[in-house]
Design a protein around this ligand. Structure first.
Ligand SMILES: Nc1ncnc2c1ncn2[C@@H]1O[C@H](COP(=O)(O)OP(=O)(O)O)[C@@H](O)[C@H]1O
Ligand SMILES: [Mg+2]
Length: 333
């Protein structure tokens, strides 16, 4: 089980309120991602749940039990950090065994759990090595293994892939998603990378300055961002945001259109502009188009599009996919 409820949880460091009172429910078995820019309070929120920081107010419940002031070891949660925090002088086996040894788990049971975790994480052939003899991805798997053997009510991950190179990150991302499919244990995963959030989460919690801007499934956030912050944060390349006269035509303060929802033409269309930069990725072409009065917009072309710097183009937004925001930046119906 691993249902976690935060009720008006807040956190201040001295005078500075980092997390204003916040409510959040994480369902048993859910994969929840906390995402937001650096410094927005993601780690702090995770550490409050883990019990590594004391709350300044509010209540944390784990499976219905008040855990607000319970020590970390009594919460039944396992945390995996960006820095793997492995013991360098111990073998992989001993690293994974460590929490069980501390808890006095019988040797036979330890061995059984280590073998199962090693199998799940493809570490069977590495159990006698030391962390220094492993790649970054393998070390992170050992850290996850050490969490698995505790059979926690929930796994808490704090940017666990940030130290890995891009290719390894994608591989580990899949492994963690697969692990979740198999274990079906609640996972809370912190990242500043919206692609990680979109690809892994059942539920995304978008944070800004300690405030929850929106909670929803990846596609809910993509389709109906509640405000300009979420609109700009979720999606890559970013949603184009246009203000001024053009927005007023739609009685909005700002209109938004995603790069993939713009139709390109060299003959005619809603907006006329000039290609400033073209990025040819093969699978996609990203065009940065100067619309003069409305600024520069990004357009995603399917596959190879033979347009280049200086070319004149027309852009027509898909009206069904147009987002409207009011003067306060809130989504309009
Ligand atoms: N122990 C601390 N003492 C004082 N300020 C802190 C402490 N830990 C974090 N902060 C501040 O709280 C804010 C949120 O930090 P953090 O939760 O680490 O953000 P994130 O993980 O989203 O990058 C930051 O402004 C940070 O400087
Ligand atoms: Mg952090």
């Amino acid at each position: 089980m691993g249902r976690i409820t935060l009720d008006k949880v807040k956190k201040a460091f001295g005078e500075v309120e980092v997390i204003p009172p916040l409510d959040l429910t994480i369902e048993d078995g859910e994969f929840v991602v906390f995402v937001g820019p650096s410094g927005c309070g993601k780690s702090t929120l995770l550490r409050l749940i883990a019990g590594l920081e004391d709350v300044s107010g509010g209540q944390i419940r784990i499976d219905g039990q008040d855990a607000t002031h319970a020590p970390p070891s009594k919460r039944g949660l396992a945390m995996v950090f960006q820095s793997y925090a492995l013991y360098p002088h111990m073998s992989v086996r001993k690293n994974i065994a460590f929490p069980m040894k501390m808890a006095g788990v019988p040797q036979e049971e330890q061995n059984r759990k280590i073998d199962a975790a090693a199998k799940a994480l493809n570490l069977t052939d590495y159990l006698e090595r030391r962390p220094g003899q492993l790649s970054g991805g393998q070390r992170q798997r050992v850290a996850i293994g050490r969490a698995i053997v505790r059979e926690p009510a929930a796994f808490l991950f704090d940017e666990p892939l940030s130290n890995l190179d891009a290719a390894l990150r994608v591989g580990m991302r899949l492994e963690i998603s697969e692990l979740h499919e198999r274990l079906k244990t609640t996972m809370i995963y912190v990242t500043h990378d919206q692609v990680e959030a979109m690809t892994m989460a059942d539920k995304i919690v978008v944070l800004r300055a300690g405030v929850i801007e929106q909670v929803g499934s990846p596609l809910e956030l993509y389709r109906t961002p509640r405000n300009l912050f979420v609109a700009g944060f979720i999606g890559s390349p970013k949603m184009n945001l246009i203000q001024g006269q053009e927005a007023k035509k739609y009685s909005a303060g700002t209109i938004g259109i995603r790069p993939e929802h713009c139709l390109l033409s060299t003959d005619s269309g809603t907006w006329e502009g000039t290609v400033v930069v073209s990025e040819h990725l093969g699978s996609d072409t990203f065009l940065y188009v100067d619309l003069k009065d409305h600024g520069t917009v990004t357009v995603r072309g399917n596959g190879e599009v033979s347009l280049h710097h200086g070319d004149r183009v027309f852009i027509t937004p898909d009206m069904e996919k147009l987002h409207r925001f009011d003067d306060k930046g809130l989504r309009m119906p």
